[in-house]
Unconditional design. Structure first.
Lengths: 195, 998, 89
C-alpha cells in the first residue's frame, strides 16, 4: 500500500532561488516531515485531574501559552487553555496516552493525517516567517510555539532550536501546496536547499 | 552634451562614475548620486513637462518629494512606469524618461491652446459643461476627456518585478534622519532600545547636508556621518534609506515602502523591487522636517522659478547651478542661505526681501559678501514663456497692498522662499489634533492620540540648538521607560546663525491693469482666481474649496500649495486660518506603487487553494475542476470531447444504473467528545439526539437564532460519548465557530470538546444499485449486508490493512455508502475502489452529476439553505421536536413563519419537457400581467433529470404545499425566457425513499 | 490593523481574529417563557454606539477562544479584553 504524504506531489530535492555563489551551509534548508503522531488533548472543564500528576513520555502538560515541553522524540505544544497538541515520532505513544488521559477527563483526538509539516532551518528563518506572519518574532524563543497566519493560511510554528533557527511549520493538509509555495517563495531571496 | 551648469569642486555625487541617460530621446550625461532632475539641470534642461489643464511649460520646482512639476514617464529594463518624480528618481545607467501631458513634444505642445482658452476653463468648468447635447457624452466628450485626462500612461504589460512584504516590531520607530531623527536614534539606541530609523532619501542627514552649521567641533554634515556610522554598528538598530513611512494606522502600526532597486538598471533576480514593511512600534518619533513654502506672484509657474532651498540643495548636494543669474525672492532669512551659497561659488545673486528692516547675522554676512539686497521689494511677475528671462519687480508698501513703480531686471531663475511648513502628515494621520502656531503661521501637531511625538522642524522648531536639545531629551525619556536603562549623553554645542522674524506675506498683489496668473497648486493648475471663484460660488468649507478647485489633489498632494490656499481663503473670508481649518490628512504621504501593496498575492497564488488527498488522481483522469470556496473539486471527468452537460449526464445516469464514486473529502467533519455531547447536540439541532444508539447516524438540521436554517448534515454516534458530525463544505468553518461560541460563551457548564477532523479523513461516496456489491469486495472481512449495515448505520472496517469508517448515508438518493480512511491512505482507497469497481462498471462522478442526483431526489442543499429559508420551506418541519428547546426554536413562532400560505419547496417541470429553466428565475401566475408582476417564488436549482430525461428544477414557492399540479410561468428577464411549467412534488425520483433502504 | 491582547495568547494582530458581534447580549435561558419583544431584542435589536463598547472576537488562528474586547468604535482604541467566562463589570 502506498501512503502519500501531503507535500509528496510538490516537494522535490534541489537548490533554488539566490543560491549561486553561496556556501551550502548558508542556505536555508526545507524539508517535509512525515509519519508523526499528532494528537489533540483537551481537558474538560470540570475535570479535577491535576496536571502535575500526568506525564506522557516523561513530559508534563503545562498551562503557559507559548511554552513547549519536549524531549528528543516528543513535543507537547500549548494550543489553548487546557488544550495541547502532542507531536511525536513514537507512534505507539497513543496507547499510553489513552490510558493516562482517560475518557471522562480528557478528549483525545488523532490528527496525525490532517497536517502538512515543513521543517525550515537556517539563519534567515525568522526573515522568511516575517514576510507572511504578523507575529513579533523578536520575542519567539527556543521551545516556543504559536498559532498564527501566514499569508492568510492558519499555521502553527514550533521553534525547535535557535542558532541556527530551526522551526516546524504545521498547516492543514489541504493547504499544504499553497503553504509550501508561500514559504519557498519567501525563501528565494536567501537561496534554499530542499532535502 | 557637456554639463554647463555643473560645478567642479562641490557636491556629494561621485564624479568617478559617469552615467549616460536619455530624456525625450536626447542623450545626456550625469554622475552616480544624481537624481534625474539634478542631472537634467546640470545639462541646462529646464523644460520638463506641460501643466495638467492649461499645458503651460513647466520645469523643476523642488528637489524632492514636494515636487509638483517634474513628473515623467520612466523606462527601465523593458518596462515603463508613469508619474515618477524626476526629483526622486536616482540616475542609473541607461535610464530613459519622457515628458508627459504634451503632444507632439514638450517643446511644441498642441495642448497649449488650452492656455489661451483659459477663461473657459476655470475651476470646476467640467461641472458646467459637457452636458449638451446629451448624446455627445458617450461619443464625443467622454473619449476626448479620457484622452486628455491624467499625466503619464499606465503600462498594459504584466509587471515583471517582485514585491515583498515584511512585518516588523521595534521599540522606537523614527521617521526622518535629519538632526532630530539622528539625535533621537542615537540616544534611544544607547539606552538599549530596538530602533528603526527610516529615511526617504538615499542620503542620511536631512537638512544637515545643506546647512552651514557646526555641531560640537564638526560641521553638521560630518556630525551626521559620524552618528550614522556608529548606528550602523549597533545590533539593536536598523537604519533604512530609500524608505518612506507613508501611513500611520491603528495601534501604532505604520507602513513603510522601501525602494530596494529603483536606483539600479535592473533588479537582482529573486529579489524584490520594493518591500513594504508593516511596523508595529511601541513609540514613534516623527522627525519629518518641514517643506519650504512658496510666495505666490504672477507667472510663478514659469520654468526657472523654484524653491530657494531646492536651489541650495542642487548646489550643495549635486554641485549643480540652477541658474547663473539668479534672483532670490524671500520673506525670511532662509533665502539668504541660498544667495550666500551662490556667491561662494562665483555667482552674483540679487536678493529681494519683502521685509522693510530685518536684521540678523545672516543678513550681515550677505552684505559683507557684497550681495546686492533690495528691502521692501517683491517680484510682481516672472517673464519668459518656456524659461525665466527676466522679472518684473517693484517696491511694496508696508501694508503689502500698494506696489511701487515696476522695473524689469534680467535673471535666469527666481529662487523663492516663503518660510516653512512643518510636515505634520504622519502626526495628523495618527489622530493628532493639529493646532495653528501663530509664531510660524503654520499647523503643528497638538495633542497626541497614539504613542507618537513630533520633534524638530516638523514640530515648528527651526533652531538647531533647540531641536537637538529637545530630541536628545525626548528620546532619552521615551526609550528609558521601555528599556529601563539610561546612558548619559552629553548634548553637543551648536553653532548656528540666529534668525530674524519672517514676514507674514505670501501673495503679491496684482498691479493695475494686469491679470497675470498667480498659481497656488502647480500641478493641477489652480490659481488665485480659481479660489476666488469657488468662494464666490458659495463653496465655503475648505473641503469644498479643495474638491471644487482640485487644490492639493495632484500627485504632490498639495505639499507646496495647501497652506497658501488656506491663507488665501481665510483672507478673502476674513477669518483666521485655524478657523478655516485644513483638509484631513490621509495616507499615503506620497504615492505608493500598487505592486508593492499587492506583494506576492498574484496570479495562481493570489488566494490559497485547498486540495483533497486524491487531487492528483483527479488531475490525471481528466477532471475539470470547479472552485468550491477555496477548495478545488472535480466538476466532471471529461471523456473525449464531452461537454459539461454530456459528461455530467453520463456520470449521473451511471450512478442510477450501476455505481459511481465521488470525492467527498471537502465536507466538514467535526469530532465531538465529552459526557455532555448528546445534550449539546440536542440543543444545536432541531430534532432529538439524546437516544441515538451507538453505531447509528442521524440527519440533523441546525438553525440560527432567527429561525433560519444554518446548515444540515449527518451526525453519527461512534461510541458512548463520541460523535462524528458532518457539515456542508461551505459552512464547515462557520459551524465549528458556532459550536465553539455556544460552548464557551453560552453554555460553559457543558463538558464537550469539538475539533475539526475534515483533513484527518479522506472520504469517498460510493453510490448506485451495485454499491453494496462493490462494498463487499472492498471489505471482504466485514459483513456489509443490509441487516448488518442498515440505512443510517455505521461500522468500522478493514480496507486491506488500513482502518476505515463506513457510513451508510446517501446524498444522491441511491443505495450509498461513504467510506473514510486516514488521509495518507486516501489515494490508495480511491484506486482500490476504481480497481474493484471495474466489474460493476464504476465511473467517478463530479459535483455537476452530484447536483443532478440530489436535485431530482428533492434533497435540499446550499441553494435552498441560502440564509432566507426556515425548516418548513425546505420540507424539514418534520424534524422539529415539539418536546425540547433548541437554538432558533423561539423564532419559528413568528407570524410570517407560521402563515398558512408560507413558501415551500416544490418541483418544476417545463410543459414542453425540453426547455431548461435558468436558476434564479421567477415563478408567476400570468406571464402577461402588467408590471410589477407578483412573484410567487423562485427557482433554486436546475438539472437535467436523468431518470425522466427532461429538465427538472426545485423552487421555493408561496403556498407550495397546495400548488402541486398547478400550471405557472417561469420568467427570466436576464436570459429573456418565459417558460410554461407544471408544479410537481420535489421528490421527482423515488418519492418513497425506497432505494436508500434497499 | 488592530493589535488585540488575547487574554490567553497575548498581543496579536487583527488578522488572527474574527469579529463576532455585541458582547453585552445575554442569550436567554432555554426552556423559559419569553415575550416576543424580549426575544426580538435578543435576536435583532442592537445599540449602535459611538464610543466605548464591548464586543466579541474569536481568536481563530490562535487559541480559538472567544474573547470580549472593549473598544471605542470611533477611535479604535482598545481598553480591555476579557476571557469568555469573565464577566463585564
Amino acid at each position: 500500500m502506498n501512503l502519500i504524504s501531503p507535500l509528496a506531489n510538490i516537494h522535490s530535492k534541489g537548490q533554488f532561488g539566490d543560491y549561486k555563489d553561496k556556501n551550502e551551509r548558508e542556505l536555508l534548508k526545507i524539508s517535509e516531515l512525515k509519519n508523526l503522531l499528532i494528537i489533540q488533548i483537551v481537558q474538560y472543564k470540570n475535570s479535577q485531574v491535576s496536571l502535575e500528576n500526568i506525564s506522557i513520555d516523561n513530559l508534563n502538560f503545562n498551562n503557559e501559552p507559548l511554552k513547549v515541553t519536549s524531549n528528543s522524540d516528543t513535543r507537547i505544544l500549548w494550543n489553548g487553555p487546557k488544550n495541547w497538541l502532542l507531536v511525536s515520532s513514537k507512534k505507539d505513544l497513543i496507547n499510553n496516552l489513552l490510558n493516562v488521559c482517560n475518557e471522562s477527563d480528557f478528549a483525545v483526538t488523532d490528527l496525525s493525517h490532517s497536517k502538512a509539516i515543513i521543517e525550515l532551518e537556517g539563519k534567515n528563518t525568522r526573515e522568511v516567517l516575517k514576510k507572511g506572519c504578523p507575529f513579533n518574532f523578536n520575542t519567539l524563543e527556543k521551545n516556543n510555539s504559536i498559532n498564527s497566519t501566514y499569508n492568510g493560511i492558519a499555521f502553527t510554528i514550533d521553534m525547535l532550536d535557535t542558532n541556527p533557527e530551526k522551526v516546524r511549520l504545521f498547516t492543514l493538509r489541504s493547504f499544504g501546496e499553497s503553504f509550501y509555495h508561500s514559504i519557498t517563495d519567501a525563501s528565494l531571496e536567501f537561496g534554499f536547499k530542499t532535502i | 552634451m557637456s554639463q554647463n551648469y555643473r560645478l567642479q569642486n562641490i557636491g556629494l555625487i561621485n564624479r568617478d562614475k559617469k552615467i549616460s541617460f536619455k530624456f525625450n530621446g536626447k542623450n545626456y550625461f550625469g554622475y552616480e548620486g544624481d537624481t534625474l532632475a539634478s542631472a537634467l539641470l546640470a545639462n541646462g534642461v529646464h523644460l520638463v513637462g506641460r501643466s495638467f489643464k492649461y499645458h503651460r511649460p513647466r520645469g523643476f520646482f523642488g528637489a524632492g518629494v514636494d515636487e509638483p512639476y517634474a513628473v515623467v514617464q520612466l523606462y527601465r529594463n523593458g518596462e515603463t512606469e508613469p508619474n515618477i518624480k524626476a526629483t526622486e528618481q536616482e540616475l542609473f545607467e541607461g535610464l530613459e524618461a519622457k515628458s508627459v501631458n504634451c503632444w507632439p513634444s514638450v517643446n511644441f505642445d498642441v495642448g497649449a491652446i488650452n492656455n489661451f482658452l483659459n477663461i473657459f476653463l476655470p475651476a470646476g468648468f467640467y461641472y458646467k459643461t459637457f452636458m449638451w447635447p446629451k448624446s455627445f457624452w458617450y461619443k464625443v466628450y467622454e473619449p476626448f476627456i479620457r484622452k486628455a485626462a491624467g499625466l503619464g500612461v499606465a503600462s498594459t504589460e504584466h509587471d515583471k518585478e517582485r514585491y515583498e512584504h515584511k512585518y516588523e516590531y521595534c521599540d522606537l520607530l523614527i521617521a526622518g534622519s535629519g538632526p532630530s531623527g539622528l539625535a533621537s536614534a542615537y540616544t534611544a539606541a544607547k539606552n538599549g532600545a530596538r530602533v528603526i530609523l527610516a529615511e526617504e532619501k538615499p542620503r542620511f542627514g536631512g537638512s544637515l547636508l545643506t546647512s552651514d552649521v557646526n555641531i560640537g567641533n564638526q560641521s553638521g554634515k560630518d556630525w551626521a556621518e559620524s552618528i550614522i556610522s556608529e548606528l550602523k554598528e549597533m545590533p539593536n538598530v536598523t537604519i533604512k534609506n530609500r524608505s518612506q513611512i507613508f501611513g500611520y494606522y491603528d495601534h501604532n502600526m505604520l507602513v513603510m515602502s522601501e525602494k530596494v532597486s529603483d536606483h539600479l538598471p535592473q533588479t537582482k533576480k529573486f529579489h524584490p523591487n520594493k518591500r513594504l514593511w508593516y511596523i508595529r512600534a511601541k513609540e514613534v518619533l516623527i522627525s519629518s522636517g518641514s517643506i519650504e513654502r512658496p510666495i505666490v506672484f504672477g507667472n510663478n509657474d514659469t520654468p526657472g522659478v523654484m524653491l530657494s532651498s531646492a536651489a541650495k540643495e542642487y548646489l550643495k548636494v549635486y554641485g549643480v547651478l540652477v541658474g547663473k543669474n539668479p534672483l532670490v525672492f524671500t520673506n525670511n532669512d532662509s533665502g539668504y542661505e541660498t544667495a550666500i551659497e551662490f556667491k561662494k561659488n562665483g555667482i552674483d545673486p540679487i536678493v529681494l526681501d519683502s521685509r522693510k528692516n530685518p536684521s540678523g547675522e545672516i543678513i550681515d554676512e550677505a552684505i559683507n559678501l557684497g550681495i546686492k539686497i533690495k528691502f521692501s521689494y517683491v517680484v510682481v511677475a516672472a517673464q519668459g514663456y518656456k524659461k525665466v528671462k527676466s522679472a518684473d519687480i517693484a517696491g511694496i508698501s508696508e501694508d503689502k497692498k500698494q506696489l511701487g513703480k515696476i522695473e524689469n531686471i534680467k535673471c535666469d531663475c527666481i529662487c523663492v522662499s516663503g518660510f516653512w511648513t512643518p510636515t505634520i502628515h504622519l502626526a495628523s494621520q495618527s489622530g493628532n489634533k493639529t493646532k495653528f502656531n501663530e509664531e510660524i503661521d503654520a499647523f503643528v501637531p497638538g495633542k497626541s492620540k497614539q504613542k507618537e511625538t513630533t520633534l524638530g522642524a516638523a514640530n515648528g522648531i527651526f533652531s538647531l540648538q533647540n531641536t537637538l536639545k529637545t530630541s536628545f531629551k525626548a528620546a532619552n525619556e521615551i526609550s528609558k521607560k521601555i528599556t529601563k536603562k539610561e546612558n548619559e549623553i552629553s548634548i553637543p554645542n551648536v553653532v548656528e546663525k540666529k534668525s530674524s522674524k519672517h514676514d507674514k506675506f505670501w501673495c503679491v498683489p496684482l498691479p493695475k491693469g494686469k491679470n497675470y496668473k498667480r498659481f497656488l497648486d502647480f500641478q493641477n493648475d489652480v490659481a488665485v482666481t480659481d479660489i476666488e471663484l469657488a468662494l464666490r460660488e458659495g463653496y465655503r468649507s475648505i473641503e469644498h474649496v479643495k474638491r471644487y478647485t482640485t487644490l492639493g489633489m495632484a500627485t504632490d498632494q498639495g505639499k507646496t500649495s495647501n497652506l497658501n490656499g488656506l491663507q488665501l481663503v481665510s483672507e478673502i473670508e476674513n477669518k483666521v486660518v485655524p478657523a478655516v481649518g485644513h483638509t484631513t490628512f490621509r495616507p499615503p504621504y506620497s504615492p505608493v506603487s500598487i505592486g508593492a501593496i499587492v506583494g506576492r498575492e498574484i496570479g495562481k497564488h493570489s488566494k490559497p487553494t485547498r486540495k483533497s488527498p486524491m487531487h492528483s488522481w483527479h488531475e490525471k483522469n481528466n477532471a475539470v475542476f470547479v472552485d468550491a470556496g477555496v477548495w478545488l473539486r472535480p466538476r466532471y471527468y471529461k471523456i473525449g470531447n464531452e461537454t459539461l452537460f454530456e459528461a455530467s449526464k453520463r456520470e449521473a445516469k451511471n450512478v442510477r444504473t450501476n455505481v459511481g464514486v465521488c470525492d467527498v473529502t471537502t465536507l466538514g467533519k467535526i469530532d465531538i467528545k465529552g459526557p455532555d455531547s448528546a445534550e449539546f447536540l440536542n440543543r444545536i439541532y432541531t430534532n432529538a439526539w439524546l437516544k441515538l444508539p451507538i453505531g447509528k447516524a442521524r440527519y440533523g438540521v441546525m438553525l440560527r437564532e432567527d429561525g433560519i436554517v444554518m446548515d444540515d448534515g449527518t451526525t453519527t454516534r461512534i461510541s458512548e460519548n463520541h460523535y462524528h458530525m458532518t457539515t456542508t463544505t461551505a459552512q464547515a468553518a462557520n459551524v465549528l465557530s458556532h459550536l465553539e461560541y455556544y460552548l464557551q460563551l453560552v453554555w460553559p457548564e457543558l463538558n464537550v470538546n469539538v475539533v475539526s477532523t475534515t483533513e484527518q479523513w479522506a472520504g469517498a461516496a460510493i453510490a448506485g444499485p451495485k454499491s453494496r456489491a462493490l462494498l463487499q469486495k472492498l471489505f471482504p472481512k466485514d459483513n456489509v449486508s443490509n441487516e448488518n449495515l442498515p440505512f443510517m448505520g455505521y461500522m468500522e472496517a478493514d480496507l486491506f490493512g488500513t482502518e476505515a469508517r463506513i457510513f451508510r448515508i446517501s446524498f444522491s438518493g441511491e443505495l450509498a455508502y461513504e467510506v473514510n480512511v486516514k488521509s495518507d491512505s486516501g489515494n490508495y482507497m480511491w484506486e482500490k475502489i476504481i480497481e474493484l469497481g471495474q466489474e460493476f462498471k464504476i465511473q467517478p462522478y463530479g459535483t455537476e452529476a452530484l447536483s443532478t442526483l440530489r436535485i431530482e431526489m428533492g434533497h435540499v442543499a446550499g441553494s435552498e439553505l441560502d440564509g432566507r429559508t426556515i425548516p418548513y420551506d425546505n420540507a424539514l418541519d418534520g424534524l422539529i421536536s415539539k418536546k425540547k428547546d433548541f437554538i432558533g426554536k423561539r423564532s419559528l413562532q413568528r407570524a410570517a413563519f407560521v402563515a398558512a400560505d408560507r413558501q415551500r419547496i416544490v418541483g418544476v417541470v417545463p410543459l414542453d419537457k425540453k426547455t431548461t429553466i435558468p436558476e434564479g428565475s421567477h415563478l408567476v401566475k400570468d406571464s402577461n400581467a402588467p408590471l410589477p408582476n407578483p412573484k410567487l417564488g423562485y427557482i433554486s436549482a436546475s438539472c437535467w433529470s436523468v431518470e425522466h430525461d427532461n429538465p427538472f428544477s426545485l423552487a421555493i414557492l408561496k403556498d407550495g404545499k397546495n400548488m402541486i399540479g398547478k400550471k405557472l410561468f417561469v420568467m427570466s428577464p436576464l436570459k429573456n425566457k418565459i417558460i410554461p411549467v407544471e408544479i410537481v412534488s420535489s421528490h421527482y425520483v423515488d418519492p418513497k425513499g425506497e432505494r436508500v433502504r434497499s | 490593523m488592530l493589535h488585540i491582547k488575547c487574554p490567553h495568547c497575548g498581543l496579536r494582530s487583527q488578522n488572527e481574529f474574527s469579529y463576532g458581534g455585541d458582547a453585552s447580549v445575554k442569550r436567554p435561558e432555554l426552556n423559559q417563557e419569553i415575550s416576543d419583544k424580549d426575544w426580538d431584542n435578543f435576536v435583532y435589536n442592537r445599540k449602535s454606539l459611538r464610543g466605548k463598547h464591548w464586543e466579541l472576537w474569536q481568536h481563530l488562528s490562535g487559541c480559538r477562544q472567544w474573547i470580549k474586547v472593549e473598544r471605542d468604535t470611533a477611535t479604535h482604541e482598545i481598553f480591555n479584553t476579557l476571557k469568555a467566562d469573565e464577566e463585564i463589570s
